[in-house]
Design a protein. Sequence first.
Length: 102
Amino acid sequence: MESIRIAVATLGFIAGTFLIMGMLIVHFDWTYLFAGFVFYLFTYLVWPSKKRGKRVSESSIIDKLELIVEFPIELIIWLLRILGGLLRGLLGGKGDGADIDF
């Protein structure tokens, strides 16, 4: 079952990469960007991640593939956390945030 999940997730990652790269190279289209993001999200959810405790087998190739496959969503999560921290600092409540006057 684990190898099927790895194969399906890898195919989803390849499809998402083709959609996003095609959008960047051929012509910009929001549907390709959205579909590529959906494929990346699908891949992240299906992949049996060792970090999240879903995979127990040891394989250096699959570990490296895991880093590549999980990178896009991990990057988006990281950027959203930074944005949340900035907004929390600016719009924080009870006097600990920045004061914005109009």
